[in-house]
Ligand binder design. Structure first.
Ligand SMILES: [Zn+2]
Length: 341
C-alpha cells in the first residue's frame, strides 16, 4: 500500500513542474502547437484577503488582490484579452482571433470584485464579465453555503436527537466531530446534492440548533446601483440565474423561470440585455441549453474544465477555474491558462 504524498509536498512538486514548463519555453511551444486557436475563459469568484473575512471563503472561491494583480499584469503583457461578447461573436461568425486570446469572467457578483478587482482591471484596461444573481442583489441575503460555513463552527455538540434523527448528514457531522474547513466544505458539497426543499429544511434546522444565532448582516454581494456603475464603466453584466438554484435539480418550469426572470430583472434594473448566462454550479443538460438559447441569450458558460475551440457549443462553453491555491505564482497561472496543472 502506498501512502498519499502530503499536501505541501504535492504543492511543492506542482510549483517546481510549473516553473520548469514556464522557464524552459515549453509552455510557449505547447500553446503554439497544441493550443492554436483555443481560448481560455477564466472563472474568478472572489478577490479578497481570506483571513479578514468570517466565514473564510472556500479555497476554490478566491484569489488575493496581489495574486489578481499579478495575473492581470501578465495577461496585459502577454495576451489579448477580449470580452465574452467578442468571443461569442467570433465563434458565431468563424472569425479567427489573435494568438493568446483570453476572456475574464467572475461568477456570483461579489462586492469584493468592485473593491479589489475592478480598480486593477481599470489599471490594465482589461474587459470582464460579471454573472449576477438578481434575487440576491435585491434582498442582500447570503448564499446558503456561506451561511453554513459561518454556522457549523458555532454549533455545540451533542446535537438535539430530534434533528439528528431527521437529518442523516448531521449524524455524520457529529460522529466525525470535525468542523475544520475541509470538513465544512465537504458538508456543503453534500448539501448541494439535496433537493432545494430538503436543503432549505436542513438549513432552517441548523439555525434552530445554533440557538437562534443569525449570520451578520454585512452585505457580500453587489447592489443594483453598484452594478449600474460597473455596467456604465464597461463591465458586462450577465445572468447566473435568478436565485442560484442548481437548475438540473429543480423542475423544468422552475428552471425556465430562473433563466427568464433573471434576464428580465437585469434588463429592468440596468436597462441592458444580459446576453450571456452562467449555469449555477455548472450543472447543465440539453433542455437547459435550449432554454437559455430560446430566452435570447447569445452564449452560456459552464464549469467544464477546458479551453474553447472553434466547434464548441456556444451554450456550454468550457472555462478554466482560477483560484489562489493553484495560481499564486506566474508559472502556475501560465500553466493553468494552457489548461495544464
Ligand atoms: Zn455561482
Amino acid at each position: 500500500m502506498t501512502s498519499k504524498p502530503p499536501k505541501t509536498l504535492k504543492l511543492l512538486l506542482r510549483r517546481l513542474l510549473a516553473f520548469l514548463l514556464h522557464s524552459t519555453g515549453f509552455l510557449r511551444i505547447y500553446r503554439r502547437v497544441r493550443l492554436r486557436g483555443r481560448i481560455p475563459i477564466l472563472t474568478y469568484h472572489r478577490v479578497l484577503w481570506p483571513d479578514t473575512t468570517d466565514p473564510k471563503p472556500q479555497p476554490g472561491m478566491y484569489v488575493t488582490p496581489p495574486t489578481f494583480e499579478s495575473h492581470m499584469r501578465f495577461l496585459a503583457r502577454h495576451h489579448t484579452v477580449i470580452s465574452l461578447h467578442q468571443l461569442a461573436h467570433a465563434l458565431r461568425s468563424g472569425t479567427p482571433l489573435p494568438h493568446n486570446t483570453c476572456v475574464i469572467t467572475f461568477d456570483d457578483g461579489w462586492r469584493d470584485n468592485l473593491i479589489h478587482a475592478v480598480p486593477i482591471l481599470r489599471t490594465f484596461n482589461l474587459p470582464a464579465s460579471i454573472f449576477v444573481v438578481p434575487a440576491y442583489v435585491t434582498h442582500s441575503d447570503w448564499f446558503w453555503p456561506d451561511k453554513v460555513s459561518w454556522l457549523l463552527p458555532r454549533l455545540r455538540f451533542p446535537l438535539n436527537s430530534h434533528f439528528l434523527a431527521k437529518h442523516p448528514s448531521l449524524h455524520q457531522l457529529q460522529a466525525r466531530n470535525d468542523r475544520s474547513q475541509p470538513a465544512v466544505d465537504q458538508f456543503i458539497d453534500d448539501m448541494k446534492l439535496l433537493a432545494p426543499d430538503i436543503r432549505n429544511e436542513l438549513l432552517t434546522d441548523l439555525f434552530r440548533l445554533a440557538d437562534g444565532q443569525e449570520c451578520p448582516t454585512e452585505r457580500l454581494l453587489l447592489t443594483w446601483a453598484e452594478l449600474r456603475a460597473l455596467a456604465d464603466d464597461g463591465i458586462v453584466i450577465g445572468s447566473h440565474s435568478h436565485t442560484h438554484e442548481i437548475l438540473t435539480l429543480v423542475s423544468p418550469v422552475e428552471a425556465t423561470t430562473e433563466i427568464h426572470r433573471s434576464r428580465d430583472e437585469i434588463k429592468r434594473q440596468l436597462g441592458t440585455n444580459s446576453f450571456s448566462f452562467s449555469y449555477p454550479n455548472g450543472n447543465v443538460n440539453d433542455e437547459l441549453k435550449a432554454d437559455v438559447e430560446n430566452a435570447g441569450y447569445v452564449c452560456a458558460v459552464s464549469t467544464r474544465f477546458g479551453l474553447v475551440g472553434a466547434h464548441d457549443d456556444l451554450f456550454c462553453l468550457p472555462r478554466i477555474p482560477i483560484h489562489d491555491d493553484v495560481t499564486f505564482t506566474i508559472p502556475l497561472f501560465a500553466c493553468r491558462l494552457a489548461g495544464l496543472l
